[in-house]
Write a protein that binds this ligand. Structure first.
Ligand SMILES: C[C@@](CO)(OP(=O)(O)O)[C@H](O)COP(=O)(O)OP(=O)(O)OC[C@H]1O[C@@H](n2ccc(N)nc2=O)[C@H](O)[C@@H]1O
Ligand SMILES: Nc1ncnc2c1ncn2[C@@H]1O[C@H](COP(=O)(O)OP(=O)(O)O)[C@@H](O)[C@H]1O
Length: 333
């Protein structure tokens, strides 16, 4: 399975609900930074695999084993323009039954009464705890893979419901492309986004916990208004106008993410100063996203190269990655 990361083009956050979640207007956009998720029937009593650059473990209770490996070569990673893998990020991937992919397998087995022991291999290219929904992507891929492997062939609506039970971002990872998420982000409506966009992402050596960033948001914005879709963003998106879209990108969680990791402000300024059409923290951060134009023009006018060079030279980022969007959601290869 191949499954994309997301960036949020608008993230409007309402007040905290009684269930602890926040109502959102969450404009998701899937980008070409993919995790590869391989689900196989587990051989009986398989010993734990392990090797250089890999961490591995098996969940005896769930019948799931999960490994996370560095990308073999930077060039093998779609759109990677700098750096050689996620390095320290891998240490943040839990390899027990709390892994979101393992949870997806267990949930599908429980809901359908089907299921045989499987191994799940995650080839991580999406930053971990980076605000790009990598764990949700893995959950979506594992859900779809087991649905096919076990012959469940559930209707998309049922799978989307299970996905929502796994996490607010998981239904979008199944759907992909560009969509607005309402409720806690799980109620999706596709949005037309003509013309592919080119993005540069500055990966941070740090991770941010989504719950902590929402908590900081509550502290900073005790009187948050009800979230609304920004008409300027909707118009720019529908019109395929990268410059207008860049100017309309907004993220209500950005202030909270910057409050927890103040250095992100310098990262955003660096990319903006180099000519990015728009700059914002992706979701709960700390990855910073820079829109550099439509796919054809960004390379031709040198804007993408300038943004990449300035960010790489800044010493602020762990890795700088280029990608395009939108792209489809979880896909069987
Ligand atoms: C902020 C966003 C923006 O797309 O993504 P990330 O930046 O984390 O990738 C999402 O809302 C994250 O979705 P996801 O990571 O699936 O969150 P969940 O597992 O459902 O919830 C984790 C925690 O985040 C908070 N949470 C999440 C979603 C929401 N609408 N309101 C919340 O308050 C809650 O504290 C919750 O306990
Ligand atoms: N398959 C997975 N990949 C990455 N992180 C995972 C996974 N399963 C569980 N996690 C946990 O979820 C947390 C959030 O991860 P991730 O989805 O990458 O970030 P974000 O919510 O910021 O988009 C991680 O810190 C990690 O502890």
């Amino acid at each position: 399975m191949r499954v994309p990361a997301k960036v949020n083009l608008q993230l409007a956050v309402g007040p905290r609900r009684e269930d602890g979640f926040h109502d959102l207007v969450n404009v998701f956009h899937a980008v070409s930074l993919f995790d590869e998720v391989t689900v196989r029937e587990a051989p009986p009593r398989q010993p734990n695999p392990s090797g250089a650059g890999e961490s591995a473990s098996s969940g005896a209770d769930t019948g799931v084993s999960v490994t996370a490996a560095d990308p073999p070569e930077a060039s093998a990673c779609a759109g990677l323009t700098a750096g050689g893998g996620l390095g320290s990020h891998l240490a943040r991937v839990p390899l027990d039954e709390s892994n979101l992919a393992a949870r997806a397998v267990a949930l599908l087995a429980e809901r359908t009464g089907r299921g045989s022991p499987v191994t799940v291999h995650l080839d991580k290219h999406i930053p971990v705890a980076g605000g790009m929904a990598g764990g949700s992507a893995d959950a979506a891929a594992a859900l779809l893979a087991c649905d096919r492997l076990w012959g469940c062939d559930l209707p998309p609506r049922t799978l989307a419901g299970y996905a929502a039970d796994l996490g607010s971002d998981v239904p979008f990872a199944l759907m992909g492309a560009t969509a607005v998420g309402m409720g806690r982000g799980e109620i999706l409506r596709p949005l037309a986004a003509p013309g592919r966009l080119r993005w540069v992402f500055a990966l941070s050596p740090h991770g941010l916990s989504t719950a902590s960033v929402f908590g900081e948001y509550d502290r900073l914005r005790p009187d948050a208004p009800e979230p609304r879709l920004d008409p300027a963003l909707a118009t720019a998106l529908a019109g395929g106008d990268p410059a207008a879209l860049g100017a309309a990108l907004t993220n209500d969680l950005q202030e909270a993410a910057l409050s927890l990791l103040p250095e992100l402000e310098r990262t955003l300024k660096t990319g903006s100063g180099a000519g990015a059409l728009g700059a914002l923290v992706s979701g709960s951060g700390p990855t910073c996203a820079f829109l550099v134009g439509g796919v054809d023009e960004a390379e031709a006018d040198g804007r993408e190269a300038a943004v990449v060079a300035e960010l790489e030279g800044s010493g602020l980022c762990e890795q700088v990655v280029s990608a395009y969007g939108d792209v489809p959601g979880a896909t069987v290869l």
